[in-house]
Design a protein. Structure first.
Length: 874
RNA sequence: GGGGGCGUAGCUCAGUUGGUUAGAGCGUUUGCUUGACAUGCAAGAGGUCACAGAUUCGAGUUCUGUCGUCCCCACCA
């Protein structure tokens, strides 16, 4: 047992305690058939950098849930890991190399990968350290990485199975190309923003005639790839041109005019240039009309030889020059400013080019269907459930998933091509000869897989799938996934269809969705704005518990929240209060230990706080089970601060400082019992400080981490007694307010005259009332006049209070106060009276409610009479 | 174009299935070195729950519409 310090100083124990937890193996999950498993897979942070506030909230939520379940007796696995983050990491490494004047090509694939692994060691390790600082109780013995052997094995298996089923294919499609990263991207990886651009109106001369068709375009440089101009079939203005041929300006090519319903006659000029190689819609039009696909751009965003004299120029330079040339030839009609949405690479922000390219795709339709059904049938539930709609929306409109990336850092596609016969071979293990022609000259596909392909397998690849390991059969499917709404399309959705496809089961039962942590002004935290706040720096200032608590209170599931120092400070202040309350208890309870309440003689105040505790246990447990962490935290803070600190500790003091040994032991026992329970209830939220205090409790051994979560005990609910005791509290509050109202100094003790039927209750708590209300004595009288001529009085539930204050009373103020009180009571009478005179209310509302309302009305009528009498006596 | 969130006290936000007098933190006013805590204690002030309808005995809570605001998706070249 340690002596407690006078102030809460988290730095003194957080690291030490974390080390103890780890060394005792409390985080290590055990396959225990006698227990029910509870599994959470940590969304693996990218190894690109360090944890930010969003991670802090995400991890805190998971840790809180997981600690709660562990204390409830589940066999908990919270599996941590990191993500190789293929494109994001590669961008960073390339940037780093650029500073050294190096390029990927100069370095070569092998050397580049060596650097990448070194990067992983450095930053992956840093993230682990940050997770520890937060108090994350994850199982480090099972730490995973998306590119470790296990996960890589799962990736090859998954790809192989899709290939065998024909669900993965290679083909030339229009994809999103990032000229910065020089790789293909999936639809989800493109972010659109409205950029200012121009609309160029260009004349396309009709072959053999003096006429033109005018087309409007935002991207004139792509005209070298035009293979048609399209008009709406019902557009009479252009019907006579359909089938004719146009001369494509700046080239010596001609292109046909086609009719296609895709064209909106109202927009632009009603005639659209069709560039199948550089626009997804045009690509579709091209397919319908059998148009050639002419790609005029290189992978780096420069024009290729098909752009004639513009070959080699950057796309924007080519645009400028092409427009100038058109103008010089009199083919440019006009230029209009035009705002339009432009796609950007989510990693390097380059403007994405839609380009036709040969890539690997996953066929989505057959995979999306079961994934939708699983949520429809409630096999997986979103919390809050509105996010299911977003999920449906994505899956219902999904296109095939482009999974190949022209990058080096990632899982290399498990496909080989035979140099001799051209055979494509997909295999789990590197093949040595071509199964078709026997040649040993095989070349592996150069590309790697989309980083989300491996993330999609995370809930089971980390457990050893495809092998039927002990872990996999015990811990899978997982129970809860905790993540932000922003990655539902990237990750949640893909885990869902992957889990269903490969394991036949949903990967998780509940998906708890949270929002973003924004800055003080409500802006997204971002590097470019420089408004990010480092959680570690906050932990350094306030401690991890304060940060954790501040991130969970006042937050509704799925809603964004703002980070403010003020919130953390408020949390810190609360924890300091808990600390000092504990110090008070421990100081007084040197030789006592947490009792079995059956052996303690309980006073009314004791029963009251025990009753309040039961309510608190019941409600917080319920909230926790519903993932309403914010509500649970609020309830706990409220209980500790208001019920325990403000009331019970103060109420216990007379007994503690009195001569009655039994009462003293009773109060100490209850203090310890309630404190002990409160600590266990709070532990999932603020693990460090609760552990530290727990270790100071007399007679408590072992860790609070493995202590049992408090359970509601109906025998300790003491409903009636607790309710009666509320009357005592109200009495004390009433006296305090009366003293303030008449400017009586708090230190000055007053004599209380009470007209009451609750004499026994008041007497049983006499010392507490005297102490907390600041009174010198209590006299029970049958009428206020016995209190003397000049009195101030107030009615509360338990009694009518009279205080003789003589010259201290300011008659005018007292009258005002009473009148105000009368107003309030009249209002209540009107409200309750109105309700009760409503026949429908009497007939249809629950009986209990009607009775309550009647009782209330009676009470208020009684109060009204008393106040009126009081006013007239003044 | 489609979908969704938000609008509650000066500020930031909670508000579980409709049911006492709508809450918290911060701020604010007044008074307090009250034998755990000034990172504190006590007492207060402060709200037509955006607006208009509807359902209901009863609506901050359910439904419809309006306004304001933010976000996601689609991408008319």
């Amino acid at each position: 047992m340690r002596e407690m310090q006078t102030t809460y100083n988290p730095k003194e124990f957080e690291d030490r305690i974390y080390g103890e937890w780890v060394s005792r193996g409390y985080f290590t999950a055990k396959v225990d058939p006698a227990k029910v498993p509870f599994t959470v897979m940590m969304p693996p942070p990218n190894i690109t950098g360090q944890l930010h506030m969003g991670h802090a909230m995400d991890e805190t939520m998971q840790d809180t849930i997981v600690r709660f379940k562990r204390m409830q007796g589940y066999s908990v696995l919270w599996l941590p890991g990191t993500d190789h983050a293929s494109i994001a990491t590669e961008v960073k490494i390339v940037d780093q190399m650029k500073k050294e004047g190096l390029s990927k090509e100069q370095l070569g694939r092998e050397e580049f990968l060596r650097r990448a692994w070194a990067w992983k060691e450095k930053y992956g390790g840093r993230i682990v350290e940050q997770l520890k600082k937060l108090g994350s109780s994850c199982d480090w013995s099972r730490l995973a990485f998306t590119m470790d052997e296990r996960c890589s094995n799962a990736v090859r298996e998954a790809f192989f199975r899709l290939y065998e089923k024909g669900l993965v294919y290679r083909g030339s499609r229009i994809i999103n190309w990032c000229p910065g990263c020089k790789t293909a991207l999936s639809d989800a990886e493109v972010e659109y923003s409205e950029d200012a651009g121009f609309f160029w109106y260009i004349r396309y001369p009709v072959e053999g005639e003096e006429e033109f068709l005018i087309v409007a375009t935002t991207r004139p440089e792509t005209m070298f790839g035009d293979t048609a101009v399209a008009v709406n079939p019902s557009d009479k203005r252009f019907s006579r041109y359909v089938g004719k041929t146009l001369r494509l300006p700046l080239t010596d090519r001609t292109i046909p005019v086609v009719a296609d319903g895709y064209v909106d006659p109202e927009f632009g000029t009603g005639a659209v240039k069709i560039t199948p190689a550089h626009d997804p819609n045009d690509f579709e039009v091209g397919l319908r009309h059998n148009l050639p696909v002419v790609r005029v751009m290189n992978d780096d965003g420069t024009m290729n030889e098909l752009a004639g004299e513009y070959a080699g120029l950057d796309r924007y330079e080519a645009r400028k020059r092409a427009v100038a040339a058109l103008e010089a030839q009199g083919l440019l009609v006009k230029v209009e400013p035009h705002k339009h949405n432009v796609g950007h690479c989510y990693r390097c922000r380059s403007t994405v080019e839609p380009i036709v390219s040969k890539q690997w795709f996953v066929k989505m339709a057959p995979l999306a269907k079961p994934a939708i059904e699983a949520v429809m049938k409630n096999k997986t539930k979103f919390v809050p459930d509105r996010f299911a709609k977003i999920y449906y929306n994505w899956l219902e409109n999904i296109r095939d998933w482009c999974i190949s990336r022209q990058l080096w850092w990632g899982h290399r596609i498990p496909v080989w091509y035979c140099d001799d016969c051209g055979e494509t071979i997909c295999a789990k293990d590197t093949p040595t000869v071509c199964p078709k022609c026997g040649s040993a000259r095989l070349t592996q596909d150069e590309d790697v897989l989309d980083t989300w392909f491996s993330s999609a397998l995370w809930p089971f690849s980390t457990l050893g799938w495809p092998d039927c390991t002990e872990d996999f059969s015990y811990f899978y499917p997982t129970d809860a996934l905790v993540t932000g709404y922003d990655i539902i399309p990237f990750w949640v959705m893909r885990m869902m269809f992957s889990g269903l496809e490969y394991t036949g089961k949903v990967p998780f039962r509940d998906v708890l969705i949270h929002g973003l942590v924004r800055d003080e002004q409500g802006r997204k935290m971002s590097k470019s704005l420089g408004n990010g706040i480092d959680p570690l720096e906050v932990i350094d200032r306030y401690g991890a518990d304060s940060l954790r608590l501040s991130l969970l209170t006042g937050v509704a599931p799925g809603n964004d929240t703002r980070y403010t120092d003020a919130k953390v400070e408020a949390a810190r202040n609360f924890i300091n209060k808990l600390w000092n309350a504990a110090r008070f208890v421990v100081m007084n309870a040197k030789d006592v230990s947490v009792p079995d309440l059956g052996t303690v003689r309980l006073q009314p105040a004791d029963r009251w706080i025990i009753s309040r505790l039961q309510t608190c246990i019941r409600e917080t447990t319920l909230s926790m089970q519903k993932y309403d962490l914010g509500i649970a935290a609020d309830k706990l803070v409220d209980f500790v601060r208001n019920d325990f600190c403000d009331w019970y500790i103060e109420l216990s003091k007379p007994a503690l400082y009195g001569d009655d040994g039994e009462k003293k032991r009773g109060a100490l026992g209850v203090l310890l019992f309630v404190l002990d329970s409160a600590l266990r209830l709070l532990h999932p939220f603020i693990p460090f400080v609760t552990e530290e205090i727990y270790s100071c409790l007399p007679g408590r051994e072992g860790s609070i981490m493995v202590a049992e979560y408090p359970r509601y005990n109906a025998r300790l609910a003491y409903k009636k007694e607790a309710k009666a005791f509320e009357g005592v509290i109200e009495l004390i509050k009433t006296v305090r307010a009366m003293k303030v109202a008449v400017n009586c100094p708090p230190a000055k003790k007053v004599r209380l005259f009470l007209v009451t039927e609750g004499r026994r209750l008041v007497n049983a708590n006499k010392s507490a009332v005297l102490r907390l209300a600041g009174a010198s004595e209590i006299e029970f009288v049958s009428d206020g006049s016995e209190a003397g001529e000049k009195t101030v009085s107030q009615v509360c539930g338990l009694c009518h209070v009279f205080i003789p204050l003589g010259e201290l009373v300011n008659l005018e103020e007292e009258k005002k106060r009473l009148e105000k009180e009368l107003d309030r009571v009249m209002g209540e009478i009107a409200r309750a009276g109105g309700k009760l005179s409503n026949v429908n209310f009497i007939a249809k509302a629950p009986k209990k409610l009607v009775e309550d309302e009647r009782a209330k009305l009676e009470k208020y009528i009684d109060m009204k009479a008393k106040i009126e009498k009081q006013i007239s006596e003044l």
